[in-house]
Design a protein around this ligand. Structure first.
Ligand code: PMP
Length: 414
């Protein structure tokens, strides 16, 4: 009883502190409308209203592609709603096997292995690798995603060395300082999700070869989007064959759900045999596997969609620059617009939504360092010139009216 009381007051105090710091997470109720992406219905306090979403990770709109929707519907009709078991216990269907084969071929690897999400793929996959050999040292980019960090922490015996984000000199110094005989893993991302910058994969592989390390690359924000067939940055810059393990998601560029790891067939088979996050959980539903398989296949042959994404991202950046709005410069489709303070960031997002019908997620600490709070915008092939102009007009109207010290508005209730 006393524990329950103490725990409840801890929860209430923490929530109060989060609210005070402007870090309390509110989930806007956004109804995705098939066939109308990026227009959604927002269920807000004043009723239901159509809004344009600028913060979707369905980067290419594949979650609305007619062939993907048809594949999902077909899979439900033919195989039912759920997988009905773990991969080991009657949950592996031909759709799962075909999807894994397709993903292995996408990355030019011997095998691929599906997980429930990209998060689980990182957590389970990295832990499995680091637990395989005694004395493993993992060299982790400072901006690696929480799921990769969870994987590293899960392997309790492994030592974690953090190198400065995308800083080759720092990585090399840290590799050189480690015992030469120790097993080493360099873990990093290709496109970084909050800044939109891109890792020098080839140069990192050079260092890995020099210091005898393995490489683990998270291509979550790149698969489907970059490379001749959607294999990510490592396909685009011809480095996929040099990376030991490539991890990706089926939930962003491919528009569905699920994560995976691709690599040498025996390595993937080993991870399949030991990773708890795979073994002890139900397989992806047939509709998800079928839809994702169709999405990967469609995107392999659709470079025009990737080109359209690049063109729209460039148009968004040019429009923001033309209006004098401060953004983080980067080569990818992720376009962060600076706000710089948590409560301010939330106010900007609230006003965009309530006054202009535009949804952009505020990104606050601890996702990004304090003082670098931002709106993370992504144009997709479906964001028109008129939508970009509307966004820029709204940002110009909302950003100058808000400054530090302005009292937070009465809850508009996102
Ligand atoms: N890696 C990175 C870099 C991510 O940003 C995310 C999610 N945003 C994930 C992994 C997890 O992917 P998923 O959403 O498929 O769980």
């Amino acid at each position: 009883m006393r524990t329950r009381d103490a725990f409840l007051s801890h929860c209430q105090a923490s929530l109060g502190a989060l609210r005070q710091e402007g870090r309390y997470r509110e989930f806007a109720r956004l109804e995705k409308l098939a066939g109308r992406f990026p227009t959604y219905r927002w269920h807000g306090p004043q009723g239901v209203r159509e809004v344009t979403v600028w913060s979707s990770n369905d980067y290419l709109g594949m979650g609305n592609h007619p062939a993907v929707l048809a594949a999902a519907t077909r899979a439900v009709a033919e195989h039912g709603a759920g997988a009905g078991g773990t991969r080991n216990i009657s949950g592996t269907s031909p759709l799962h096997a075909a999807l894994e084969a397709e993903l292995a071929s996408l990355h030019g690897k011997g095998a691929a292995l599906l997980f429930g999400s990209g998060y689980i793929a990182n957590q389970a996959g990295i832990s499995a690798v680091l637990e395989a050999l005694p004395g493993f040292i993992v060299f982790s980019d400072a901006k690696n995603h929480a799921s990769m960090i969870a994987g590293m922490r899960g392997a309790k015996a492994a030592q974690r060395v953090i190198w400065k984000h995308n800083d080759l000199a720092d990585l090399e110094a840290k590799l050189a300082a480690a015992p030469p005989g120790a097993p080493k893993l360099i873990a990093f991302e290709s496109v970084y999700s909050m800044d939109g910058d891109i890792a020098p994969i080839g140069a990192i592989c050079d260092l890995a070869e020099r210091y005898g390390a393995m490489t683990y690359l998270d291509e979550v924000h790149a698969v489907g989007l970059y490379g001749a067939t959607g294999g990510g940055i490592s396909e685009q810059d011809g480095t996929a064959h040099r990376v030991d393990l490539i991890e990706g998601t089926l939930a962003k560029g491919f528009g569905v759900l699920g994560g995976y790891i691709a690599g040498d067939a025996d390595v993937v088979d080993y991870i399949r045999s030991v990773a708890g996050g795979l073994i002890f959980t139900t397989a992806l539903p047939p509709a998800v596997a079928g839809a994702a398989l169709e999405s990967v296949r469609v995107l392999k042959r659709d470079p025009a969609r990737r080109a359209a994404l690049a063109e729209r991202a460039a148009a968004l950046k040019a429009a923001l620059d033309g209006a004098g709005l401060a953004r983080m410069d980067g080569p990818s489709h992720i376009v962060p617009v600076w706000v710089g303070e948590a409560e301010l960031c939330r106010q900007v997002a609230r006003r965009l939504l309530a006054e202009h019908g535009l949804y952009a997620t505020p990104i606050n600490y601890p996702t990004v360092p304090r003082g670098t709070e931002r709106l993370r915008l992504c144009a997709t092939p479906f964001h028109t010139d008129a939508m970009i102009a509307e966004l820029v007009r709204a940002l110009r109207a909302v950003l100058p009216r808000i400054g530090p010290g302005v009292a937070p508005e009465a809850a508009i209730g996102m």
